[in-house]
Each structure stands twice: as structure tokens, then as C-alpha cells.
Design a protein around this ligand. Sequence first.
Ligand code: NAD
Length: 276
Amino acid sequence: MSNNDWFDLSGRVAVVTGGGANGGNGHAIALGLARHGADVLVSDVDVPGAEQTAREIRDLGRRAVACRCDVGVPDEIAAMFSLLDRELGAIDVLINNVGIGHRSRPEDLSLADWQRVVRVNLDGTFLCSMEAGRRMIRQGRGGSIVNISSIAGSSALGRGNFVYSVTKGGINQFTRELAVEWSPHRIRVNAIQPAQILTPALKAMFADPRLDPSRLRDRLLTGIPLARLGEPDDVAKAAVFLASDAAAFVTGHLLPVDGGNLALNAGGSRVWPSDS
Ligand SMILES: NC(=O)c1ccc[n+]([C@@H]2O[C@H](COP(=O)([O-])OP(=O)(O)OC[C@H]3O[C@@H](n4cnc5c(N)ncnc54)[C@H](O)[C@@H]3O)[C@@H](O)[C@H]2O)c1
């Protein structure tokens, strides 16, 4: 195998949740996997968005299937994997990309909102991973599961991200435990921890008056040594790496794609005061 083949996903089948064509991380990941050769089932609650991503993948010469799947609804997850069996007949890569939040002060957060976020972020990741893992175990050729976590899984964000962060912390430990449990089957389980990425979800934050949008960008950038916000393709590159044989000896890993955010101590800074 030449070095050029390390990232080759030809002949592999991937499932990407929340992969609708909205310019978000799932969209970029689905296209990134397809550019490296994968056939892709794209699901989303936004069906026209999923269909658009599937068209973009077919234009790259790969097979693609689109479907609705709300990962907060177990029956819709089961239906998505039945469709996968019928249309693509295998699975090598699962990207658990969907993640929602509910911004609220902890003392004002209702049980219903807590449970809705837990259902989508944690139950959804659990159920999709079990459907994928059982198939990978039966196939007997290993596989790769990539969970889209967040820097919020390892450090606190404040600003009402309480339940979101708690679920991302859960995804981090889900990743480690499952990596160990499924290592005998050569199913690798890893997570990506993005910092702030310029997706529609982040753009919506810039429109939230409670967050003082005029100062939000500067506030975010003080925590990012590489001094820029992320792009969805930054996340997609890491996902292609973790999905591919380039990461054959990588499992149970949490990969920050964060411009150095998790490396930076809150009291640290990217430049010497004398240089600024
Ligand atoms: N954008 C960031 O700054 C950032 C930072 C860290 C982590 N992340 C993580 O990246 C992932 C994707 O985030 P994004 O910013 O691209 O999100 P987004 O909201 O822009 O897009 C997510 C997609 O998921 C779909 N979706 C929403 N709820 C769904 C559900 N219940 N079932 C199926 N599909 C659903 C939406 O229709 C949309 O197409 C999430 O897990 C998020 O937590 C994002």
C-alpha cells in the first residue's frame, strides 16, 4: 500500500447522521468521505437537505442514499438501518454527527428540555452505534465509529450550555468504553472535539442578543491560539482520518479540532504581552 492509499475509502460504506446540505459539519463530513471513495447513507430531519447532499455525492461518482432520521426517535433509527441493509448492504463507518443544545441557566432548565437533549445526543448516539456495531461484528471486517463531541465535553463553556456539555462529556466516555469493548472486533471508536466551527448553529449564536454578538467573536478567539474560528472542512479532515486506515492503530481517542483551545490554560495567552 502506498502512502496515497492510507486515506482511501473506496468500497466502504458510511452512515452520516445530520448530514443534510446546510453547510454544517455533517454535510462537510459526508462529502469528505465520498471524495475519498466511500458510498454514503445521509440522514437528517431535513429531508430535502439530505437529498441534496446525496445528489452532491452521486455527482462525485459514489453511491448515495438519503433518508429522514430523527436520532431522537428509536423507530426512525431502526428504519434507517433497514434501508441501509436494502440499499447499500454493508456498513464500515458510522459518523454520529447530530448534536443539539438547549441554552438555559441550569436553575431554569426543565426536565423536559434536559431529557430532549439527552435523548437526541446520547440515546441517539447509543442506538445508532448499536445498530452499526452489530452489523460490523457480523461482517467481521472491523469498522470505524466517529462521534462528534465538542471541547464542551472536556471543559465548561458556561453561557447556558449546561445540558449540551453534560451530553458531550457522556459521549467522550461512551467513546472510550466502546473502543475497549469492541476492540476484539477491530471496531475502532473515536471522537472529535471541535471548538467553535462556522456552521449554521454557530451563526445562529451570533444572532442571539443574550450573547452580546458584537463581542462574541473576540471572546471566542481569546481561547483559540490559532486565532480563527473553525471551518466544517477542518472537522471533515479529522473524520476522514479517523474513518480510514491511516488511523488503524487509533481507538478510544478524543481528537480536539480546536485551534489549540483545550491546550490553552485559562490564564494563558497566545502571545507574549511584550509582543502584542
Ligand atoms: N458548530 C460548532 O461550533 C460545533 C462545535 C463543537 C461541536 N459541534 C458538534 O458538531 C455536530 C454538528 O454540528 P453543526 O454545528 O454542524 O450543527 P447544525 O445544527 O448546523 O447541523 C446539524 C444537522 O443536524 C440536523 N439535525 C438536528 N437535529 C436532528 C435530529 N434530532 N436528528 C437528525 N438530524 C438532526 C439538522 O437538520 C442539521 O442538518 C454536533 O454534534 C455539534 O454538537 C459543533
